[in-house]
Design a protein around this ligand. Structure first.
Ligand SMILES: Nc1ncnc2c1ncn2[C@@H]1O[C@H](COP(=O)(O)OP(=O)(O)OP(=O)(O)O)[C@@H](O)[C@H]1O
Ligand SMILES: [Mg+2]
Length: 927
């Protein structure tokens, strides 16, 4: 059966092979439209005998081409669209794409036959420049795929490359397949440009071209007519790039060494688990094309069935995710491409999906049941290395799979020397240190957890990982990947190298038109072009990117009660705040007189003050004792500030009353302890010094606590997390530095989470909040975000939720306030203290209520949209994203002195609170 398919294909390609022979080298990567027709301008067609003689040697080339030309597989699986595509529009786009690509291939082969009869080219005719003033509406634009070379009188000319000819009225533009202009002209005779047709050879703008085909406006606008948008070519070019470092990805890891082995394998060709059992999860069978390419030894095709032991626990979205990952790494979604990005929102169980995949591929495969992978490399942030180990044990026990985690006591060498282990789990930092040893192992699958860190292609980690010769690559990330087109390219190019062409081509074909189309000054034409390019890019990459939002697991989770609590500042805080705002440093900032970073120092001081005046006191003392104090910028800021503190002020003896937020926190902890003695609290700050203060509060009140921050050794981290999550733990509080260790942690032992301070980047806060409201959480989750009323904290919050704050930068954890540019106007707003307002944020909401008990609908009814460079239509709504102002308005809100506070926790803190916002998710379940 398989052989038959191969034979048919061979016959079908006889003609094509000869076309290829005469092609310029660039054509091997060229445009699929005309690739098969590519004939040197001065070359006649070879005789049929020549053809046959060359056949054998060229079969191989044909195989490669056949392999690649099926870039997208329409026959593959109708589920593709269901799983992948972010929007309906995109789904339409994909089907459309399929048709096109099928059409391309068909057209290409038909044309090839025609070209065989196309013998010697007549001398090209020069298109003449018009002298008259004929006019033509701009809307009549035609596109052609062409091959070109410099004009010359030589007999044996060689085409130099493919290009796209755009004819608009009397002008033309010639673009190479990287989107660069290589020729331009205007004032040509309209009649001559109008007459251009397929097969025509001509001189235009000093270049000789041959028209290979007509490109539809749709194909041009989508960018498909360019090198990598065309599908077949994309795979070809990149596979050539990939060849450099990749070995055959589909070669089974279990080579048959003898006849005996082979016989045995045939006899054992049964699925490992019963595919017909109820609830069985069976992977897609490879299609004929896949079989022909990767089942050379003709093993029987066997069902790959996920271990029922795992399936029992899997959520529906996880089953879909496993199917998706399987098809991606098997090269069933994009032929010859084995990369995937699983970008599910935080807490959706990306780890379990990967573990299921690894376990499946390590034991099974579609061809004779032979395993697909032997060794897997998992690279993850240091704090999650042991979390991965735990998850493996949780889902597979300790017997099924042998994993090795690298730490101080367990070096990579141990893994490399032992045949015992199949999975290596290592931190990004350790990977860099042990790269040479890691390279000695042949890994069949590479998983990069929290892989958005690879978005920068120049950082060492990315280059190190790129250098590993493993083709099956998976990036896991909870952060959306489409917000920055440059970073998007790097991530895509990492998992599927070369699929979007070179970076410069990508910029020309996709990035530039998309960005131009989003500018307010964009013309209608630019807007349309940008939209279509974005749609095409999304469709192409949507085949191997999967993102699901939190909603898919909401029904398995307990209710979440989110509160934004506006805490009245203490008297000392207000006095110090005023003084800081009156300082010379702030005044200079507002006049634009100081250096670039001065405003950051002012902002830092105000933020410290909001957390607790003793932090500011500590900073001033520290600076004063420094020998450079006299020249330091801070002097202008701190001048006279010490006089505001009581003469005998001792920061170690700080009081709770000195900070509005600390007072609220202290009362909140007390009421949680009293009303829910069995529940625990995660207390988050971005600053170690603030955590010190919070730790001191725990001590003073006798609360048992544990702490994880940047200083915590990686080897300790999982132990701390496990200890806290254990029901036997006596810890009441988990002190967490969100930036240092928030990513990926499971802190389901806690059901109350308090964000003590606010970060410019909402992603940091969202990361922290997602630690407790996730699978496995048993209690309703209470989130409290504390903000000091009228201060810079409110402004940062507003920035987070306003449009400005929603620009691409904010969803990226690596972006800090250092990256944020402020206008003088913005600085003026930042450096204002609103002493008389209960809640400046509410004042800005344009809400009809006077702040009295507005009980808006639940947020769930209001889908949130995040700005994304690929446009609003190219991304599903994400639930774990910053709110917008209008959504906040829908939250229940009321002043602190409101009479009917139904929430017993809020009731206890109201004395120090000027305003509340509250929203409940999953309200249906009784709290
Ligand atoms: N099907 C399931 N049933 C019960 N618990 C599950 C299931 N799937 C995952 N979990 C648990 O949910 C928690 C979150 O899973 P995981 O850490 O894999 O999330 P994630 O998608 O990696 O999130 P993040 O982006 O925050 O890292 C883990 O404790 C995991 O064991
Ligand atoms: Mg994770």
């Amino acid at each position: 059966m398989v052989l038959e398919v191969g034979k048919q294909k061979q016959q079908g390609r006889l003609i094509l092979l000869n076309m290829r022979r005469s092609a310029a080298p660039s054509q091997l990567q060229g445009n699929p439209f005309k690739k098969p027709k590519f004939i040197s301008p001065a070359r006649s067609h070879p005789s049929p005998n020549e053809e046959v003689a060359k056949l054998n040697s060229e079969i191989k080339l044909f195989e490669a081409a056949a392999n690649k030309s099926n870039f997208l597989q329409p026959q593959n699986d109708p589920r593709i669209c269901d799983f992948n595509l972010p929007t309906e529009e995109c789904a339409k786009g994909i089907n459309h794409g399929y048709n096109h690509r099928e059409k391309y291939c068909l057209e290409a082969s038909t044309k090839a036959t025609l070209d065989l009869h196309h013998t010697v080219h007549s001398a090209p005719k020069e298109i003449t420049v018009s002298k008259g003033q004929e006019e033509k509406p701009d809307s009549l634009v035609k596109y052609f795929s062409v091959v070109w070379c410099k004009a010359s009188k030589k007999k044996h000319k060689k085409w130099e490359g493919d290009a796209v000819l755009i004819v608009r009225g009397k002008s033309f533009t010639l673009k190479d397949l990287e989107g660069k202009d290589i020729g331009k002209g205007t004032g040509y005779k309209l009649k001559e440009l109008e007459k251009i047709e397929e097969g025509q050879t001509m001189m235009i703008g000093g270049k000789e071209i041959e028209v290979m085909g007509i490109i539809s406006p749709d194909d041009f606008n989508s960018g498909r007519c360019f090198q990598f948008g065309g599908g077949c070519s994309a795979v070809l070019s990149s596979s050539q790039a990939a060849k450099k470092c990749f070995s055959n990805p589909f070669k089974s890891v279990c080579k048959l060494s003898s006849k005996e082995n082979k016989q045995n394998s045939f006899q054992n060709c049964k699925p490992r688990h019963d595919p017909h059992a109820p609830n069985s999860l069976v992977m897609l069978r490879p299609d004929k094309n896949h079989q022909w390419l990767f089942n050379k030894t003709c093993f029987p095709v066997v069902d790959v069935v996920i271990d029922p032991h795992l399936v029992y626990y899997l959520r529906p979205h996880q089953k879909e995710g496993i199917i998706f990952l399987y098809e991606c790494v098997m090269g069933m979604r994009v032929n010859g491409r084995c990369g995937a990005i699983l970008a599910d929102e935080m807490g959706l169980g990306k780890t379990l999906q990967c573990i299921s995949l690894i376990w499946t591929l390590q034991c099974q495969g579609p061809y004779g049941g032979k395993p697909i992978i032997k060794k897997t490399l998992i690279v993850t942030p240091g704090s999650l290395v042991n979390n991965w180990r735990k998850e493996f044990q949780k889902w597979l026990g300790i017997e099924r799979i042998k994993i090795f985690t690298v730490d101080q006591d367990h070096k990579v060498e141990e893994f490399t020397k032992s045949p015992f282990y199949s999975v290596l789990i290592i931190s990004y930092e350790m990977l860099l240190r042990s790269l040479d040893q890691i390279k000695t192992v042949k890994f069949d699958l590479l998983i990069c957890d929290e892989g958005h860190r690879l978005k920068n292609s120049t950082i060492k980690t990315t280059t190190a990982l790129i250098s590993l010769s493993c083709e099956k690559r998976i990036i896991l990330t909870g952060t959306p990947v489409q917000n920055d087109l440059q970073e998007f390219f790097t991530l895509i190019d990492f998992v599927n190298p070369g699929i979007l062409g070179s970076l410069s081509a990508y910029r020309k074909i996709y990035e530039e038109p998309i960005i131009i189309s989003r500018q307010p000054s964009a013309s209608e034409e630019e807007r349309k072009l940008g939209e279509q390019r974005a749609a095409e890019l999304t469709c192409l990459t949507g085949l191997f990117i999967l993102r699901r939002t939190q909603e898919v697991i909401n029904k398995y989770l307990p209710p979440k009660i989110e509160n934004v609590v506006f805490c009245r500042p203490g008297a000392l805080q207000i006095e110090l705040y005023r003084k800081l705002l009156n300082s010379q440093a702030v005044r200079f900032c507002l006049q634009g007189l100081l250096e670039n970073t001065s405003h950051l120092i002012c902002i830092g001081a105000l933020k410290k003050l909001c957390n607790h005046p003793c932090l500011l006191f500590g900073s001033i003392k520290e600076k004063e004792s420094n020998s450079t104090w006299d020249e330091s910028e801070e002097r202008n800021l701190y001048e006279g500030l010490m006089n505001v503190f009581p003469a005998d002020y001792n920061p170690i003896m700080f009081t709770e009353e000195e900070s509005g937020k600390l007072q609220v926190l202290s009362k909140l902890l007390a009421v949680i302890r009293e009303l829910r003695p069995a529940e625990k609290v995660v207390l988050v700050s971005n600053y170690t010094r603030t955590l010190d203060i919070l730790q001191e509060v725990c001590k003073r009140h006798g609360y048992a606590y544990t702490r994880l921050d940047g200083q915590t050794p990686i080897s300790q981290r999982q132990k701390i997390v496990d200890g806290f999550n254990s029901k036997y733990s006596s810890d009441f509080i988990f002190l967490l530095s969100s930036k240092a260790g928030g990513v990926g942690l499971n802190l389901i032992g806690g059901s109350h989470l308090i964000l003590y301070d606010i970060d410019w980047n909402p992603a940091t806060d969202i990361q922290a909040m997602s630690r407790v409201w996730r699978d496995g959480q048993k209690h309703p989750v209470h989130i409290y975000r504390l903000l000091t009323t009228g201060t810079i904290e409110e402004k940062i919050y507003q920035r987070q939720i306003s449009k400005q704050g929603l620009s691409g930068a904010v969803v990226d954890l690596s972006k800090t306030s250092d990256h944020i540019q402020f206008s003088v106007e913005e600085l003026k707003n930042l450096f204002t203290l609103h002493e008389s307002s209960h809640c400046v944020t509410h004042d800005l909401l344009d809400c009809e209520c006077t702040g009295e008990n507005h009980t808006g609908d639940s947020l769930e009814k209001f889908p949130v949209s995040r700005s994304c460079q690929l446009g609003p239509h190219h991304q599903k709504s994400d639930s774990l994203k910053p709110l917008s102002m209008s959504q906040l308005k829908q939250w229940k809100h009321f002043p602190g002195d409101h009479l009917n506070l139904t929430d017993p926790f809020l009731e206890r803190i109201r004395e120090n609170v000027s305003f509340f916002f509250q929203n409940i998710t999953n309200k249906t379940i009784a709290i």
